[in-house]
Each structure stands twice: as C-alpha cells, then as structure tokens.
Design a protein around this ligand. Structure first.
Ligand SMILES: *[C@@H]1O[C@H](CO)[C@@H](O)[C@H](O)[C@H]1NC(C)=O
Length: 795
C-alpha cells in the first residue's frame, strides 16, 4: 500500500493547480468582496468598482490597457483575473498600491512587453499565452519570494533567461511555446533551476519540432500538451525528452493531446521503459497512419502505472493483436485504458505483474479474459461501461484469477438466465459491483460466495428469492433503484450491516426487518412509495426505535405516497389510532356492542313485551298529536260519557245483564264498544276515542280479560288518558279471581294494579252486592255536564 501513498503524494504535486484553486475557495469567505465582471464586453476597467473589492474577475473582455488609476484604490485586492483580453502593454508598477495582490492572471492577452516592479505579495503570476518574444523575466521577479506559480510564454529561449528567478522554489511553471519557432542555427538550451512541476504547451497543429535542451533540477512532474508526432519527427521528440527525463526525481509524466503513429508511440514507451518515471498518463490520444506489429523489449522498469484515457483511432484496418499485445505484456502493476474504441484485450502470455487493470468505457465483450490463467496477481479489475452481457461468463472469467478481490462490471448489459448451473466465481472476490445492468432476481443464484460488498443498484430486481445460497460474509448491500416491494430479511445475509434500498417500490415494508437484521449499522430506505396505512405503523415504530444515524435520510426522504390525503407527509408525522388499525379489536368492539344491544332488546322483548309497548306508544303519541291541536277546554267539553267499559267477550253476559242496567239506572252514560263504535275507524282509534270521551273507565277483570289482548290495550290507554293520568279514572271490577301467576309478565301494569288491590270484587253472595253497587255509584259522585249532541255517537 506504500505505492498508493506515494501515488497520492505525487498526485498532490501534480495537481498543484488545484491547491491554488483551493486558495481561491478560501477566499470565497470574502465572496461578498468578489466582483464578477467577466464576459460582459468591457473595453476598459470600470471606474465604479467598490473600493473594498478583494477578488476581481474581468476575464474574457476586450480590455486593452490597464492604468494605475484603475486599480490603485482597490487597496485590499487579492485576486485579479484578466485572462482573455487584449492587453498589449503592462507596467507592473501600477500595482504598487495593491500590497495584498496574490493572484494575477494575465494569460491569453497580447502582451509583448512588461515594465517591471516587484509585487512582493504575488503567489500566482500567469503571463502565458501572450505575444512575448523572449521570456518576460525581469530581475525584480527574483524578489518574489512568495511566488509559487509562474506562467510564461516565448517564441525563443535562451539558456539563462530564467536566471533571475533561479533561486526561487516554485511549485509550477507553465511555459507556453505555442509560438516557438525553430532556428536554423542548431539547438537552443534553457536552464530552469527549481520547480516541482513543469508544464510545456506546444503549438496544437504543428508537428513537434522544438529543439531545446531544457534542464531542470529536482523536477517531480512533467506535463506536455499538444504533441503531434509521425515516424519522422519521433526522434526529435525523444531527443527533446532525453534531457528532461534524466532526473531520478521525475516520477510523473503526463502527455495531453497527443497525435502519433502507433510506431512512434511504441517508441516513446520503449524510450521511457528504463527511465525513472513511475506514473505515465496520456490523455486524449489519437493514433494515425497504421498499426503494425512492433517489437517491444519489456526490460526492467520503474514504471508502475500507465494510464491512457480517451483514444481516437484513425486507423481502420489493422491487426487487433498487434495493438493489444503491447499493453497486455507490460511488466507493470497498474494499467488503465479507458474511453477507447478497443474491443478486446488479450490474455498475457506469461504470468503477469498486473495487480490493477482498469478498462472503463471501452467496447469489451464477454470474451474478455475467458480461459485466461496468467492474471494470477490481479487484485482489482474494472470493466465498467463495456458491452458485457452474460454474468455467468464473467464469473467464469474470474475462475483463474486467484488474487482478485475487487471486480467492477457496472454499467454493462449483464443478465443471468440461471440455466448454466453453478456460477464458477473465484472465492477471493470481496467487492463486486454489478450496478446499472439488467439483472433480475436470479442474480442471487450467481454470486461469489465470500463477497462482502455487493452493489446491485439500478437493476431489475423485484424480490430476493427465498432459496438462495447463504452469503455469510456480506456486509454491504446496495439495492437502490430496483423494483423491490419489501425489505429483505437477513436470514441469508447474517452479517449484513449496511443496506441501501432507496428508490424501489416498497409500499409496506415488513416490520420484522429489524429483528432479523441484528447487525445493521446503516439502512437507507427513503424515496419509496410508502403506503401510509395501518400496516406501516409497525415499521415506523421499529424505525423510530433505532437511532437516527442508522436510518439514512430520516425523516426527510421517507414520505407517504398513498393514500392521496397523506401524500407527501413524512412518515414521522403519520399517526393513526389503535382502534382503526387493529381489525380484531375493531371486530370485537362491534360484536360486543351488537351483542349487548341484542341482549338488551331481547330482555326488553321477553320480559317487558317491548313490541307491544312500542305499538302502544306509537298509537298513543299519534292520538296525543291529534289531540294537541284541540284546546283543552274544548276537549273537556267533548266528554260525552260517564264511563267506558272494557271487558272480555266471554264476560259480556254479566256486563249486559248486571252492570249496564245497574249503571244506566243511575243515569250514568256508558260507552260500549259494540254499541258506540264508529265504523270506518280502526279498533284502536275507536278504543281511544271511547276512552277519551269518557270520564271514567271500568274494567271487568277476569281470567278471560287477562287472555284478551284488546283488553290490555284498553287498560293501557285508559291508564294513560290524556286528562287524568294515573289510576284515578280507572275502576277495576274483579269479576272472577285471577291467580297472580296467570297474568303474563308483559302485562306488568295489570299485575301492579292487582297487587295494589285497588279493585272492587264482585261478590258471589247476593247480600254483598248492595255495597258493591254503592261503591260503583260513589265513583261517579261527580256531576258532569255531558255534551249531548254529537254526530259520531249513537245513543
Ligand atoms: C459501483 O459503480 C458505480 C458506477 O458505475 C459507482 O457509482 C458505485 O459507487 C460503485 N459501487 C461501489 C460499492 O464501489
């Protein structure tokens, strides 16, 4: 891993420019003092700049001149960007009042001449891409002890041009030689004493022809941009490199925008092979003319990593083998070939030194490294963004890679049809990236047994099959952007500690997840279409129990999707009552209520004859309503009878022969239903009518009476008579004794009256009958004015 650390350090040196950008980012806390006036067509510096301005961007305008009055009042100015303007002349003394100026970018102007003045605070000075003939170095620059970055341009070079700054410890020199022209009188030379990074930019469209001996002390990183090579000038380039690459400190070599023949490229590789360079990067490579088989001697090399990104191949007919073999046989540890039209890579002939292979974004197919048993040291293989299709073949490919730990085959078109039997994965794989493929549920039958980190996001998985091989080492599982409808249990992944399952179709996650997945440290399940119904409560509760750093994105990305009324509500704010959720409880509640009601009704019916009373109450209220419309006085005036007699048909003989004659003898007017009833009215109405028109009601009680339902009605109505509530108006005659228990319990009124013994008994003995009649007469001792004329009544 020390190589990795070193590489990190080198990359830091190499991207020194980024640290400068970092400085700018630091300044961004003062961003309120930043003024952006780029790309607005300025022809001169505006006069109305805020004097507290610290960062001033006036790049990409048409400014041609800069005067002391333009900037002198900006005493706090730290950063001034003036690149891509038309400035042709500059006197550095105009910045003499800008004591804090650290960053001055004057690149891409038309400067030919500068007048010097030391700006002591300068750290970054960019004068590249201007029209200087010789390097614009004045002796005052030697005082810029803070200087870190220096950008220059020139059309010709002289050995001691940079002498005034030779003692400075620069990090980065950018030297633009776009306008450099070759002199006839032989080679020039330039001595650069100290810089960590040297970046040379040549003319983009001319064949490489620069013949300068540039020597640098302790150079760590060399970058060359715009190199156009063919078979003829290849040696010119090699010769140019010769002096530069000599230093043992030069570990990083980067070429940008290279156009070359295959032959020359291989020549450059061959030249670099015994050199101290450890990291070789080529960005934007174009291969022209032809690709033929080239001899290459893989001597011992310091090179650790070759990275080629973005290749354009202008050669259409060539031997693929000739191209690929040069790379596949390289005795280096790390090889990156990405963003190329390469369709294949051949298997190394002998056990290879590769530990790291990155073939991102090519057009490799499933045939890659099939039956290849020489990649024995390979630890990391990246085949992202290729044309891989069959997962089984990928598993098969790894079979002979005993050291393989990390495999990235994301962004392909991988599928697994499951018909090929067991997938022959090598057991050493611990990280497998299968994301962005078209894998379905069956993928779980084709996984390396000891995988620890498995990325399956953005596939077409709907569920995790129950019967799968146990993945006992699996710690991290990414299933985001699939179509899963539930959280997986951890039965088959007993060690799972990180689960990412956002952006699926989970509407009702099962709550037992937290029980089955004991080792979970982090779960990310947001952005699912949660159905906010009762079932979800358990899940919300179980989520609420674990701490919030375990549940990633809680609560913001956990929202209800359904029902419509809860859409967009965060799960943490979703509450429903216990009763409406617990069906059993709800059913029990309803059943109990119904039962209680039914029992009550039954009891009322059985013991109190509820229906009978209901019918009665109904009739009575109707009558009352009718009566309410008639004023009380008038009603009283309608009393037509002294008495209404209620009796059972079976007792009619006694009533007609004994009672009625006796009463009528006393001038007591009687309402008898068979005599006074109005045809056309209902029986009940007639009864009520009769009762209401009578002062008192006489009831002839006997076992026959008890049996008659009508008699009970009459008793009921009489008892509830409109004018004289209570039993005052009732006269009960007990014709024959009624055994107490023969009265049905529903006639509790009669029972009550019977127990009160407020009745007159019809004596069997003749002698007692005098008293009986006297009693009856006494009950009518009140004189009543009765209405005589009534059409309804037959007298
Ligand atoms: C898998 O690859 C994708 C891109 O192809 C990347 O975004 C993701 O982070 C990788 N997963 C892992 C676990 O490295």
């Amino acid at each position: 891993m020390t190589e990795d650390k070193e590489s990190v350090i080198r990359i830091f040196n190499f991207v020194y420019i980024l640290t400068l950008v970092g400085t700018i980012i630091q300044l961004s806390e003062e961003s309120k003092f930043a003024v952006d006036m780029s790309k607005i067509g300025l022809t001169r510096v505006p006069k109305d700049l805020p004097p507290e301005t610290k960062v001033l961007d006036m790049s990409q305008n048409n400014i041609s001149e800069l005067h002391i009055s333009d900037v002198s009042f900006l005493s706090g100015l730290k950063v001034l960007r003036l690149s891509h303007n038309r400035i042709w002349c500059l006197d550095f003394s105009i910045f003499k009042f800008n004591q804090d100026l650290e960053y001055l970018d004057l690149s891409h102007n038309q400067l030919q001449k500068i007048s010097c003045h030391p700006i002591m605070s300068l750290k970054h000075l960019d004068l590249s891409f201007n029209d200087f003939e010789v390097l614009p170095i004045c002796k005052e620059f030697g005082n810029l002890t803070q200087l870190d970055f220096l950008g220059l341009s020139a059309t010709k070079l002289q050995q001691l041009d940079l002498l005034p700054i030779a003692h400075l410890h620069l990090s980065y020199i950018l030297l633009d030689l776009e306008g450099y022209y070759v002199k006839e009188n032989g080679t020039e030379s330039l001595q650069i004493l100290n810089t960590k990074t040297l970046h040379l930019v040549f003319h983009p469209n001319s064949l490489f022809s620069v013949q300068v001996n540039i020597s640098v002390n302790s150079l760590g990183c060399l970058q060359l941009t715009n190199i156009k090579l063919n078979d003829d000038n290849c040696e010119v380039f090699i010769k140019f490199l010769l002096e530069l690459i000599r230093e043992p400190t030069l570990l990083n070599f980067t070429l940008n925008h290279v156009e070359t023949t295959w032959k020359c490229l291989v020549r450059v590789f061959q030249f670099l092979w015994p050199k101290p360079v450890e990291y070789l990067n080529i960005y934007n490579l174009t291969i022209v003319k032809s690709i033929d088989e080239e001899d290459f001697t893989y001597s011992e090399t310091a090179l650790k990593a070759l990275k080629i990104e973005h290749i354009t191949n202008r050669v259409f007919i060539f031997s693929q083998q000739a191209l690929y073999t040069v790379f596949s046989e390289m005795n280096i540890m790390m090889l990156t070939i990405s963003d190329t039209p390469f369709i294949h890579m051949v298997c190394p002939q002998a056990p290879s030194t590769f530990k790291f292979l990155n073939f991102t974004q090519n057009v490799f197919t499933d045939s890659i490294f099939q039956n290849c048993s020489t990649l024995v040291r390979l630890e990391i293989l990246i085949l992202q963004k290729n044309e891989l299709k069959d997962l089984f073949k990928i598993g098969f490919m790894t079979k002979n890679m005993p050291s393989l730990e990390i495999l990235d085959v994301s962004c392909n078109s991988l599928e697994y049809d499951g018909h090929d039997g067991n997938c022959p994965w090598v057991g050493s794989i611990v990280v497998l990236n299968l994301s962005s493929n078209i894998l379905t549920d069956s993928v779980f039958r084709c996984l390396p047994p000891r995988v620890k980190v498995l990325d399956l996001h953005n596939n077409r998985i709907r569920s995790i099959p129950k019967q799968i091989m146990k993945l006992e080492s699996l710690q991290e599982l990414n299933l985001a952007f699939n179509s899963l409808t539930d959280l997986p249990g951890c039965g088959t992944f007993s060690r799972l500690s990180v689960l990412i399952i956002d952006y699926n179709s989970i509407s009702n996650p099962s709550a037992d997840f937290s029980q089955s997945c004991q080792n979970i440290r982090s779960i990310k399940a947001g952005n699912n279409p949660f159905q906010c119904t009762c079932e979800l409560r358990e899940f919300i509760r179980s989520i609420g129990q674990v701490s919030s750093d375990v549940v990633e994105g809680w609560p913001d990305s956990y929202k209800c999707d359904y029902p419509e009324s809860y859409k967009g509500t965060q799960l943490k704010d979703f509450h429903v009552s216990q009763l409406s959720c617990n069906t059993a409880l709800l059913i029990v509640t309803i059943v109990v209520t119904v039962l209680v009601l039914a029992v009550t009704v039954t009891i009322l019916c059985i013991y109190l004859d509820l229906p009978w009373y209901l019918r009665m109450v109904c009739q009575w209220t109707q009558t009352r309503r009718r009566a309410r419309n008639v004023p009380l006085e008038e009603l009283q005036r309608t009393l037509q009878f002294h008495a209404f007699i209620s009796y059972s048909e079976h007792d009619s003989a006694w009533v007609k022969n004994e009672l009625v004659p006796c009463l009528e003898k006393e001038d007591i007017r009687i309402c008898l239903h068979e005599r006074n009833f109005v045809a056309g009215k209902s029986i009940v109405e007639n009864i009520i009518n009769c009762i209401e028109k009578s002062y008192k009601s006489i009831f002839v009680l006997s076992p026959n009476f008890v049996q008659s339902e009508w008699c009970h009605y009459e008793l009921y109505f009489a008892h509830h008579n409109l004018f004289h509530e209570g039993s005052n108006n009732l006269i009960l005659i007990l014709l024959e004794p009624i055994p107490q228990n023969s009265i049905p319990s529903k006639y509790h009124k009669l029972r009550a009256l019977m127990t009160q013994r407020t009745y007159l008994e019809w004596p069997k003995e003749k002698s007692k009958r005098g008293l009986f009649w006297a009693n009856i007469r006494a009950a009518f001792n009140m004189k009543l004015a009765l209405v005589t004329e009534n059409n309804d009544v037959k007298t």
